[in-house]
Write a protein that binds this ligand. Structure first.
Ligand SMILES: C[S@@+](CC[C@H](N)C(=O)[O-])C[C@H]1O[C@@H](n2cnc3c(N)ncnc32)[C@H](O)[C@@H]1O
Length: 252
């Protein structure tokens, strides 16, 4: 039996830590893969604290709905949106990606950055298919294992962090089975330098250090993160961890 401890979701919630691998530059590359147009109806599922939401409205001029299942994140997104005084106000809503309050075919594009790995991915993709118009596009950024993972890594990701990461072929297969085609993807290795740059861009260094300090001040979290087992595991396993950008079309 595994002795790994789970990090309760409430701790992430309290710390207000949400991010995706590749940061805002990864988002721009994902949106380029999706081939988006101004004025399109776009849904950002698992919007976290709303950095991508603001970028979508401000830089791409889309009609946006930002959705997250946690009230703390929809509130943070709302605050970020209000602070930016955007010309077009996005709708921010709280709902579960497995069962969303939207009509069939309501969106041109659905994106999810670092969300499906925390969900029942096949069910969420079926829901994306339902709410996309025929020919609409799904764009994912998901943790992607660069080779078949040792059992220890799988257990750390799943038990401690609740992450069900896949190899690239796993994500491609899930998309195909959910009824998406014309897949384009871009898979890269995780880079600490890229991630540090992303934190500075999203919340400023001060904001991120503040969130991390708040998180690590929680004894349960710091016991997991700073344990010798975890630090050793990261050193060994980091080269196996990457992220994939996947864009695919809802097959007619
Ligand atoms: C790792 S964070 C990524 C947040 C944001 N997309 C970003 O890149 O910064 C995962 C987000 O997905 C949300 N989430 C997880 N499961 C969800 C679900 N079933 N429905 C809606 N949101 C979900 C979490 O609340 C969290 O905001």
């Amino acid at each position: 039996m595994s002795t790994l401890a789970a990090v309760p979701r409430s701790i992430w919630e309290m710390a207000g830590i949400t991010e995706h691998l590749g940061g805002p530059e990864g988002t721009r590359r994902l949106l380029a893969l999706c081939g988006m147009h101004p004025g399109e109806r776009v849904l950002d599922v698992g919007c976290g604290t709303g950095h991508t939401a603001v970028m979508l409205v401000r830089d791409y001029g889309v009609r946006l709905v930002a959705l997250d299942c946690l009230a703390v994140n929809t509130a943070a997104t709302r605050r970020r949106v209000d602070k930016q005084c955007l010309l077009r106000d996005p709708r921010v809503t709280r709902a579960d990606g497995h069962n969303m309050p939207f009509a069939d075919g309501e969106f041109d594009l659905v994106i999810a950055e670092s969300v499906l790995a925390f969900c029942r991915a096949a069910d969420v993709l079926a829901e994306f298919r339902r709410i996309l118009r025929p020919g609409g596009v799904v764009g994912l950024n998901e943790m992607t294992l660069l080779q078949s993972p040792p059992r220890e890594l799988e257990e750390i990701l799943q038990i401690t962090f609740g992450i069900h990461a896949q190899e690239a072929n796993g994500w491609r297969r899930l998309l195909a089975e959910a009824g998406f085609d014309q897949l384009r993807d871009d898979v890269r290795r995780f880079s600490l330098r890229e991630q540090a740059r992303s934190h500075r861009q999203v919340d400023g260094l001060g904001g991120y250090v503040q969130a991390m300090t708040k998180g690590l001040a929680n004894l349960r979290l710091s016991r997991v993160f700073l344990s010798r087992t975890m630090l050793g595991a990261w050193r060994r396993f980091l080269p196996l961890i990457g992220y994939g950008l996947y864009a695919a079309r809802r097959a007619p």
